[in-house]
Design a protein around this ligand. Structure first.
Ligand SMILES: [Zn+2]
Length: 422
C-alpha cells in the first residue's frame, strides 16, 4: 500500500513542478515569455524549454539521454505534445532568445524577494562574480569560441574554448533554513577582451535589471583593478576583492602597516584570528575613493590522516574594499571576504559536477549561452524547492543527490515498456 511517506518521495519531480507552477507560475510567467527566431516553427518553444528544464533537474547530461526518455508517461502530464528529438532541441536553442530566459530568472528572483526568501546580510545585499572556462577543443569551433595557441614538441596547435563570467546572489541565512543562493546571469567572454571587461558588461546589464538586489560585489584578485572598483563606485556599489602583491603600491603600503601595528584578536568559524584593518588608504590613486585593506591571519587545527595527530595550520587573507567600517566592522568584512568561495563551491563546482552544465549540448554560441541560462533557471528553482518547500525534518536526513536520484527514477520509471522496444 502506498503511504503518505512513500508518495512524498516517489513523486518529487511532479512535486517540484507543482511547486514551480504555484509559486512562480512557471509555464505562464517564465516559459511562455521565451521565444526564438524560427520563421515557421513546427515545435513550440515552450516544449523545448520545458524539456530542457527536466533534462537539468533529472541530471540526464545530454540531449540524446533526454530523447531516450521520450516514451515516459511523465511527459504527457508536463507537455501537451510529445518530447522532440535531440537535434530539434539543439536547433531551437541556436535560435532561442537569451533575454527571455534572463527575464525568467528575474521573475524567480522577484517572487522569492516578495516572499522574503532573500534577506540581506546585516543590511548588505551581497553578490559574487567570477570567470569560468566551460569547454575546450582542438577540432570543433563556433562563432563564440576564443582561441589560444598551445605549444607541443611536435608544433603549435590552436585550441578553441569558451569562457563566461557569472554573477551569483548570496542572500543572508534565515534561521532553520538552508542558504538560498541564486545564479542571476552570465556573460560570454568575447574574443580579444579580458575577463574584467566581460564582467563590466555583465554588471552593466545586471545593475540595470536588478538595481537594488545587491550593494557589494565579491571577487578574486583578478578584479583588484581600478576600472572594476570605479565602475561599482559610480553605480553606488562596493567592491571587496582579494589583494595580492601584484597591486604593488597598495599592497606594500599595507604590508608596512601590518609590520608596525598590533592586530586585534577575533574568531572566524572557530579559527583564532589576528586582524588588521586600515581604512582610507590613499595608495591606489587610480581608484576614485580611499581604499580599505583588511588582513586576517587565521590559525586552525587539522587532524592528519596518517597518524591522526592534530597539526596547527595558518591561512593568511588580505582583501581590498570600499566598504566603510560603519557598514561592515572587521569581523563582518572578514566573513564576507570568505564568501568569495561560494561561487566556486556552490556555483561552478556544483554546476559542472552535478548539473553537467559544461557539457556542449550544441556547439553554437547562442545555444551554449541559452543552455547555461536554462541550467541557472533549473538550479534556482530546484534550490528554492529544497530550501522552502521540503519540510526541514525531511530535508535534514536526505542529501541533494538523494532527491536528484528520485527525480531521475520518476522519469525513467514511467517509460512505457512498449516504447522501449526497438
Ligand atoms: Zn565555440
Amino acid at each position: 500500500m502506498e503511504t503518505a511517506r512513500t508518495k512524498e518521495t516517489i513523486t518529487v519531480l511532479r512535486r517540484l513542478i507543482a511547486y514551480s507552477e504555484k509559486i512562480f507560475h512557471l509555464s505562464r510567467d517564465v516559459v511562455a515569455s521565451v521565444s526564438d527566431r524560427r520563421l515557421k516553427p513546427r515545435i513550440s518553444t515552450s516544449l523545448v524549454v520545458k524539456s530542457s528544464l527536466v533534462m537539468f533537474w533529472s541530471r540526464l547530461g545530454s540531449l540524446n539521454a533526454l530523447e531516450l526518455t521520450a516514451g515516459s508517461r511523465f511527459w504527457e502530464t508536463w507537455l501537451d505534445e510529445p518530447v522532440c528529438s535531440a537535434d530539434s532541441i539543439g536547433r531551437v536553442y541556436a535560435l532561442l532568445d537569451a533575454d527571455g530566459l534572463r527575464q525568467g530568472i528575474h521573475h524567480i528572483y522577484d517572487c522569492l524577494k516578495r516572499n522574503k526568501a532573500l534577506p540581506d546580510v546585516h543590511g548588505i545585499g551581497v553578490a559574487v562574480l567570477d570567470g569560468h572556462e566551460s569547454h575546450a577543443s582542438y577540432l570543433r569551433h563556433c562563432s563564440g569560441c576564443l582561441e589560444r595557441t598551445i605549444h607541443f614538441e611536435t608544433g603549435d596547435r590552436v585550441q578553441f574554448y569558451h569562457r563566461h563570467v557569472t554573477l551569483m546572489l548570496l542572500p543572508g541565512v534565515t534561521p532553520g533554513r538552508e542558504p538560498l543562493r541564486l545564479l542571476l546571469d552570465h556573460e560570454p567572454q568575447r574574443s580579444g577582451e579580458n575577463e574584467v571587461t566581460t564582467a563590466l558588461r555583465l554588471l552593466k546589464r545586471v545593475i540595470l535589471a536588478y538595481p537594488r538586489a545587491f550593494d557589494l560585489v565579491l571577487a578574486d584578485a583578478l578584479y583588484a583593478s581600478a576600472p572594476f572598483f570605479n565602475f561599482l563606485l559610480a553605480h553606488h556599489k562596493h567592491a571587496l576583492v582579494v589583494l595580492k602583491d601584484d597591486r604593488r603600491n597598495l599592497y606594500s603600503d599595507a604590508a608596512g602597516l601590518f609590520g608596525c601595528t598590533a592586530p586585534a584578536q577575533g574568531r572566524y568559524r572557530g579559527r583564532q584570528c589576528s586582524w588588521w584593518d586600515f581604512p582610507d588608504l590613499l595608495s591606489w590613486p587610480q581608484v576614485n575613493s580611499p581604499v580599505r585593506v583588511i588582513r586576517s591571519l587565521e590559525t586552525y587545527s587539522v587532524r592528519r590522516q596518517l597518524d591522526k595527530r592534530h597539526e596547527s595550520q595558518t591561512s593568511d587573507w588580505i582583501w581590498a574594499t570600499t566598504l566603510p567600517v560603519w557598514q561592515a566592522p572587521t569581523e563582518r568584512a572578514v566573513a564576507l571576504g570568505h564568501h568569495r568561495w561560494d561561487i566556486e563551491n556552490h556555483g561552478f563546482n556544483e554546476l559542472v559536477n552535478q548539473w553537467d552544465a559544461d557539457h556542449v549540448f550544441k556547439h553554437d554560441a547562442n545555444a551554449m549561452e541559452c543552455f547555461l541560462l536554462d541550467a541557472f533557471l533549473a538550479y534556482n528553482i530546484f534550490h528554492a524547492f529544497l530550501a522552502l518547500n521540503l519540510k526541514p525534518a525531511v530535508r535534514a536526513v536526505r542529501t541533494q543527490a538523494f532527491w536528484v536520484s528520485l527525480i531521475a527514477a520518476e522519469l525513467y520509471r514511467d517509460i512505457a515498456p512498449s516504447s522501449s522496444s526497438p
